[in-house]
Design a protein around this ligand. Structure first.
Ligand code: HPA
Ligand SMILES: [Zn+2]
Length: 363
């Protein structure tokens, strides 16, 4: 989607595009496995001698066409799990994450909290340390060479049995203790797997992974607002991934505002997975009115046609925010990040600078 797409209501001028690119961004909702571009998937399948299913598209071009036609979350997840099956060695995981961090830097990301799905790999016989070490090496390099601060968030898969999730958590304890993993998330099929199923897993993490462990979970993407309530009440999460369906219950929205719970919105994902027909339908004006903080993210950029800046741009074409509102949204993302108050202050100051500089140019 670009400023030429026929549903755009507001122009994203060259200056506005530059502003959005320079605006310091924090990304909180990106699955590292979801950054696997078709251009890398096929070579990795070949290098690792992975046979793709007989009916799998045969070229990156054909795969892109299939990715343009997801029916819903589960239809996407089918391809997502096949895709991650080509990742075998520590170097594969490193290469994947590093190429994401390079793109993120280019899009103006200052801080990235990235998801990964250990069960999607351990189920295939890959050791968790292969995955964590590959991702962590890339994260350390991103910090050292690109100046991006990072956190790794391990997700449990909702479609797998809870005991499998518990076992995975226990196996990850050492990585949390070493500071290599910082948070716990919950993803995969939303219906019919309500968050309450995973209460025990979240209590285990809260009790065993240290007080700084960040707790978040996908909720309210296809499930209703009651999934958000369960996530807050039972999982004690401090953020909600997606949370689009919060708009269906005023009391839930008011609670999110009152308790300062950030939603990690993924606009292009929501269109590709048919959560909404168009980005303009997302309830962001309601959230701004009620005071619900949200950040803007890419989710699975290789599958949904855009990285974080593309998501900022499409939001601009639908909502036409002024520079102050963009500054406010960027600061929501900073405040909802699991970073020190000094780092927050530094990013806030840069946001203020960029907004002030572009006011001379644009408004
Ligand atoms: O958007 C998502 N929702 C649920 N599970 C996922 N796994 C990758 N992306 C997603
Ligand atoms: Zn997601």
């Amino acid at each position: 989607m670009t400023q030429t797409d026929n549903k755009a209501k507001h122009e994203c001028s060259k200056e506005m595009h530059n502003f959005l690119k320079e605006l310091p961004k924090c990304e909180h909702h990106v699955h590292l496995e979801g950054t696997l571009e078709p251009d890398l998937l096929f070579p990795l399948a070949k290098r690792n001698k992975i046979e793709l299913p007989a009916d799998f598209p045969k070229t990156p071009e054909e795969l892109h066409i299939r990715y343009d036609n997801f029916e819903n979350l589960d239809d996407f997840l089918h391809f997502y799990y096949i895709g991650m099956g080509v990742l075998i060695t520590e170097q594969d995981f490193f290469d994947l994450a590093w190429s994401y961090f390079v793109k993120a830097k280019n899009d103006g990301v200052w801080h990235a909290e990235t998801f990964f799905d250990p069960q999607g790999h351990t189920e295939r016989g890959i050791k968790m340390e292969t995955v964590v070490n590959g991702f962590n090496r890339a994260a350390e390099k991103a910090q050292a060479e690109l100046g991006i601060s990072t956190k790794l968030i391990m997700c449990l898969l909702k479609h797998l049995p809870v005991p499998n999730g518990m076992e995975t958590l226990k196996a990850a304890t050492g990585f949390y203790k070493q500071g290599l993993i910082h948070g716990l998330g919950l993803d995969s099929s939303e219906l019919p797997f309500p968050p309450k199923l995973f209460t025990e897993c979240y209590s285990y993490a809260a009790e065993n992974f240290g007080e700084d462990v960040g707790l978040t979970a996908h909720a309210g993407e296809e499930g209703g607002p009651e999934y958000i309530t369960q996530t807050l009440d039972l999982l004690k999460a401090t953020r909600i991934d997606h949370g689009v369906n919060s708009y269906k219950d005023d009391a839930v929205m008011e609670r999110l505002a009152r308790e300062n719970v950030m939603l990690t919105l993924c606009p292009l994902s929501n269109v590709k997975l048919q959560v909404v027909e168009d980005v303009a339908e997302l309830p962001v004006m309601k959230w701004l009115e009620v005071g619900v903080p949200f950040s803007i993210n890419s989710d699975d950029p290789a599958y949904f046609g855009g990285y974080i800046l593309d998501n900022y741009v499409v939001m601009h074409t639908r909502f036409g925010f002024d520079l102050n509102t963009w500054g406010k949204i960027a600061k929501f993302g900073v405040d909802g990040s699991w970073i020190s108050s000094e780092r927050k202050k530094k990013i806030h100051e840069k946001i203020d600078d960029v907004v002030a500089n572009y006011k001379k140019l644009i408004e």
